[in-house]
Write a protein that binds this ligand. Structure first.
Ligand code: THU
Ligand code: ZN
Length: 293
């Protein structure tokens, strides 16, 4: 099945950071003659090739079928990311990487998620945060087409804390950067923080990392009603950097890393410093405070 994939798809993914926009997705469907779910499944090895799993050696791929404004569809690839010497809690699961990437590109909803392995309990919970979670179609590489509600019956959802599943629809937070920096990477991290999904802690965070070649990547925090499955902003930014590799390319540390957060009931500073301290020991995390405007 994988051999039906046009070569340009994999070749363009480092440049696009693992994102196949609506036009490219439509072209890929036409050229591969696969339907959307089958194309997502066929792309799993391409996604998994961007994994960085030096702790487990277990490489996971995820491909999210995202609905965009206006109803067109696009694909977001994700892979797992592990940090040697850091708390295991800093790990990014392939599902989280794909969800964060789709959201960063303005996706409104997820229709389906193809996975190279059965989703762990933490990811089933993380996905509860998305609109229409019960109907989300989970396609497994080994075979299997499930609704999330089948995989996580009797679930603990955002309603338990008085919220709606709104990970994709959540509006941008009105934040103000305390030191009003004009540094481009700080501004990038600030803009990412404005897009965070932080309904539980009301402490949105954004991060930006700079690669040696000058390309930067941003990430924002995505909170889960069960707290622990939440995705941190710095880990999310590093995940986007990992997805923008060519297969086989080593995962080199960034040359700068910025965290902007409106710390309050939660703060990502300590865990972010631990991740960076393990992955890029010579690099100091640049932290800038924001406040809810
Ligand atoms: N992993 C995922 O990425 N998704 C899952 O749902 C299963 C587990 C990753 C996390 C970790 O990097 C490795 O697989 C071993 O658990
Ligand atoms: Zn998982």
């Amino acid at each position: 099945m994988g051999s039906a994939l046009p070569a340009w798809i994999a070749e363009g993914l480092a440049e696009s950071g693992g994102w196949l926009d609506a036009a490219k997705f439509a072209r890929a469907l036409a050229e591969s003659r696969l339907e959307a779910g089958a194309l997502a499944l066929a792309l799993l090895p391409v996604a998994a090739a961007r994994a960085h799993a030096p702790v487990s050696g277990f490489e996971v791929g995820a491909v999210a079928l995202a609905t965009m404004k206006g109803g067109s569809e696009a694909l977001a690839l994700g892979a797992n990311l592990e940090f040697v010497g850091a708390p295991l809690e800093g790990t990014v699961h392939a599902e989280q990487a794909a969800v964060h990437l789709a959201r960063s590109h303005g996706a409104q909803r997820l229709r389906a998620l193809a996975l190279s392995t059965a989703p762990c309990g933490h990811c089933r919970q993380f996905l509860q945060e998305t609109e229409g979670a019960e109907d989300l179609q989970v396609l497994l590489e080994a075979g299997g087409d499930h609704r999330l509600v089948e995989l996580l019956p009797h679930s603990f959802g955002p309603e338990a804390l008085g919220k709606q599943p709104a990970l994709f629809g959540g509006g941008s937070a009105a934040l103000r950067l305390r030191d009003d920096s004009s540094d481009a990477l700080v501004r990038d991290a600030f803009e990412a923080a404005c897009l965070a999904h932080a309904p539980y802690s009301r402490s949105p965070a954004g991060a930006a990392v700079l690669r040696a070649d000058g390309r930067s990547f941003t990430g924002c925090s995505l909170e889960s009603v069960a707290f622990n499955p939440s995705l941190g902003a710095l880990a999310a930014a590093l995940s986007r950097m990992a997805m923008a590799r060519t297969p086989g390319e080593a995962f080199a540390p960034p040359v700068r890393a910025v965290l902007v957060e409106a710390a309050g009931l939660a703060s990502q500073r300590v865990l972010s410093e631990a991740l960076l301290g393990a992955f890029a020991p010579r690099l100091a995390l640049e932290v800038h405070a924001a406040e809810l405007a």
